[in-house]
Design a binder for this molecule. Structure first.
Ligand code: NAP
Length: 325
């Protein structure tokens, strides 16, 4: 029987990485689940896959992308247990909310270390054996925020954008050796990273950007209510690992696929306004001198007071009061 192909998945303890590890195990791959705390995270993964302690198709490896020694040891452990992996999936990630003015340098450093510098170090450590094997794939999980910079999350957008540019450069370099690269642009999936608890929040809700936070927060929460189950992301990964082209960028999920198409056809200035309008951000110059432009909901209320008869308005106001009690 042919040896199963090996895939290394970072951030396999939770969310998309966990779902991916389970799926690839069931697809018959040998899965190296790279995670910060294997003692805690391997038992649930074994339970989800049904893999026993001695099952060599599911191996946990300690990896903290913020720690150079951990990255070097992880690469050694991977090569010791499987030789050259066929595929490396850079999935681990963190998110943050806050305007550029509200974020400190430490957060930018952590974001770039997690999404770019750590993954680059792990890739460099594994590339010699993968190159020698003459086949394989490196998959990098990006985001719609990496395709176009999104407001309120610049460090995340910038790090994902850097990851995409790194992937494009590397793809041209390693293709002659038989290796390919896929960027998976993930849409919205129901994992910790999109929750308040799973995000570093540096927003100043009483500061100069409060008006923007106000609408971005309510619209963001609405968008997140359409998040898909993490298991649905794994179809994209299966397709990516079967790809043979030297480079591919693939949207996973309808929101990601739509953004990729829009970004290809619309001019950059147009996409700026799309982001602005979708997130309810008022137009250029409208907040000069501390002005506080009304939100769409507030404008609708002002309009309603002009056109609706007084008794009806009173009834609506009473109903609202009752609801708020
Ligand atoms: N969910 C979405 O809607 C969405 C959308 C677009 C892109 N993405 C991307 O998808 C990837 C997976 O995210 P997710 O949704 O699964 O988020 P998640 O549930 O929060 O999981 C994040 C994973 O990354 C790991 N991680 C964080 N920092 C790490 C570090 N320094 N070293 C090693 N591992 C680290 C976490 O490990 P611990 O358990 O040890 O913390 C965890 O396994 C990320 O790259 C994210 O940017 C997600």
């Amino acid at each position: 029987m042919a040896e199963p192909r090996t895939v290394v998945i970072t951030g396999a303890s939770r969310g998309l990485g966990f779902a991916s590890a389970v799926r690839m195990y069931f697809e018959g791959w040998r899965v190296i689940a790279a995670m910060r705390a294997p003692d805690n995270a391997m038992p649930p993964l074994r339970e989800a896959t049904g893999a026993g302690q001695g099952d060599d198709r599911l191996v946990g490896v300690q990896l903290d992308l913020l720690d150079a020694d951990s990255i070097a040891s992880a690469a050694e452990a991977i090569e010791e247990s499987v030789g050259a992996p066929y595929a490396l999936v850079h999935n681990a990630g963190i998110s943050a909310a806050g305007m550029v003015e509200e974020t400190d340098t430490m957060l930018w450093q952590k974001m770039f270390a997690t999404h770019v510098l750590g993954p680059v170090a792990l890739t460099k450590a594994l590339l010699p054996s993968m190159r020698a094997a003459g086949q394989g794939r490196i998959v990098l999980v990006s985001s719609v925020a990496g395709v176009r910079g999104q407001p309120g999350t610049a460090p995340y957008s910038a790090a994902k954008g850097a990851l995409e540019r790194w992937a494009e450069s590397m793809a041209v370099e390693i293709a002659p050796f038989g290796l390919g690269v896929t960027v998976l642009v993930a849409g919205t999936y129901d994992t910790d990273i999109i929750t308040d608890a799973g995000t570093t929040d540096t927003r100043d809700l009483g500061g100069p950007y409060a008006r923007l936070h106000h609408t971005m927060n309510s619209r963001g929460r609405f968008a997140v209510s359409f998040a898909r189950r993490p298991e649905r992301f794994t179809d994209g990964l299966v397709a990516a690992l079967d790809e043979r082209s030297a480079f591919r960028r693939r949207g996973v999920g309808p929101d990601a696929s739509m953004l990729l198409v829009a970004n290809r056809i619309a001019p950059a200035a147009g996409m700026h306004h799309v982001s602005r309008i979708v997130l309810g951000i008022p137009r250029q110059g409208s907040m000069r001198d501390g002005a506080w432009p009304l939100t769409v909901g507030q404008r609708a209320m002002v309009f309603a007071t002009r056109v609706l008869p007084n008794p009806l308005l009173r009834r609506l106001a009473n109903r609202r009061e009752l609801k708020e009690q």
